[in-house]
Ligand binder design. Structure first.
Ligand SMILES: Nc1nc2c(c(=O)[nH]1)N[C@H]1C(S)=C(S)[C@@H](COP(=O)(O)O)O[C@H]1N2
Ligand SMILES: [Mo]
Length: 399
């Protein structure tokens, strides 16, 4: 380290003795490669999150254009949402390792543009950590924040802020990213030799990127079995074991948790269909006497697990016809559950009139159990699990 003398005092003060980073793990190429993978993971999580949000809270101009097919569409997008979020965790850690020497740059703020860049990184980093942590806790159904903290709205709005900061960051960094991703032949040879040299001294870039890729792949495989059933047995870190559950399907919220008892689901239970030209009040026997339809449809939960199942019951469209409901009517479905967030749900006409949209009475060949929504529950293609209402009491035509 230099010593301050009267001659070099000014430059000494201007340039403090900061650490120097020569490893290739901190160069533009490593940062660009890992940053590109991280950017792709975030873009996937953002777009699939947007799809999930729109399916649950459709703006009126879009509500009647949401597709009911493919029936596994939401299973795919929500599976991708959780998988890309989980893969982003090791990628984010690797990216931080790559760029942390920038914290030691001097002077810390060089220009207005540089200040903007630093600020966008701060927002990007804070937002990314927030999204990954809250998303991970949600998929683990670990609601540490309780009812006071609105997970859904916060996760949604912070996603927009984070993506805004990401776009600024990519814009500002475009030249460096382009340099980092371009790899002319001469540079390749140099990089190879430097890697050999670095291998003798420490971790090479290739080893670092391989390790990061393996880590991202491993956490994905260890959790993605939640929505890709054939991988369930290797998904040792998945918060849900989708292979266990009553009638071969996990239970999200039990009847006891929802305050639904045997008393209100007994022989006196009636399904009411209202708002058409005939009001219906049907017992379970009445429903079982109507034409029964089968459908193979998954429950695809917003918490990131999905399981396919075989359902049997009465077509919702048949019930609406019986009640004299107009063909273009949306319906409001109400559960016996009193206060839950998913006790009431709106179903747009295209879902209600889909030939495999059922008021299900049976699951995987057996009568529904109380926890799966006995006496009758909704199952509709390509909708989030939160909208597959259990313990149905009423279907009302929305005027
Ligand atoms: N009435 C009511 N229906 C509900 C819920 C609820 O909390 N209340 N949870 C939903 C959620 S989040 C999911 S994923 C599915 C789970 O259905 P299952 O427990 O039969 O697997 O039910 C849905 N139906
Ligand atoms: Mo769910």
């Amino acid at each position: 380290m230099r010593k301050p003398t009267p001659e070099n005092l000014t430059s000494f003060l201007r340039q403090p003795p900061l650490p120097r980073f020569r490893s290739r793990l901190h160069d533009e190429r490593t940062a660009s490669l890992i940053g590109t993978a991280l950017g792709a993971a975030f873009a996937t999580a953002f777009l699939t999150g947007l799809i999930s949000h729109v399916l649950q809270h459709p703006p009126s101009w879009l509500a009647h254009h949401l597709p009911t097919r493919p029936s596994w569409g939401y299973r795919l997008t929500q599976g991708l949402h959780v998988a890309s979020g989980i893969a982003a965790i090791p990628l984010l850690l690797a990216k931080l390792w790559t760029v942390y020497p920038k914290l030691f740059e001097w002077p810390p703020l060089k220009s207005a543009l540089h200040a903007l860049e630093r600020l966008s990184i701060l927002v990007l980093f804070a937002g990314a950590v927030f999204e990954l942590v809250t998303g991970l806790l949600n998929s683990a159904q670990w609601y540490v924040w309780g009812a006071q903290f609105p997970f859904i709205q916060t996760h949604y709005w912070v996603a927009w802020i984070t993506v805004g900061a990401l776009i600024v960051h990519i814009g500002v960094k475009a030249p460096a990213i382009a340099r980092g991703l371009r790899s002319p032949k001469k540079e390749l040879v140099e990089a190879y030799e430097a890697d050999l040299e670095a291998q003798r001294r420490g971790v090479s870039r290739r080893a670092f990127i391989t390790t990061t890729a393996v880590a991202a792949g491993a956490v994905t495989v260890a959790t993605v079995g939640e929505s890709v059933t054939p991988l369930a047995s290797v998904s040792v870190l998945a918060p849900r074991n989708v292979e266990v559950g009553e009638l071969g399907l996990p239970v999200n919220r039990t009847a006891a948790q929802a305050g639904v008892t045997r008393a209100v689901t007994g022989a006196d239970w009636r399904l009411r269909v209202t708002g058409g030209s005939r009001a219906l009040s049907l017992s379970l026997d009445d429903l079982a006497a109507l034409a029964q339809t089968s459908a193979a449809l998954p429950i695809a939960c917003v918490e990131g697990w999905s399981v396919g199942a075989h359902w049997q019951g009465v077509r919702i469209g048949d019930l609406l016809d019986l009640a004299g409901a107009p063909h273009d009517a949306d319906i409001r479905v109400t559960s016996l559950e009193k206060n839950g967030a998913y006790a009431v749900m709106v179903m747009q006409r295209q879902y209600a009139r889909d030939p495999s949209a059922l008021l299900a009475l049976r699951l995987n060949g057996q009568p529904l159990t109380l926890d799966h929504g006995y006496p009758a529950r909704i199952i509709v293609p390509n909708r989030p699990g939160v909208l597959q209402t259990k313990w149905v009491q009423q279907m009302a035509v929305i005027a």
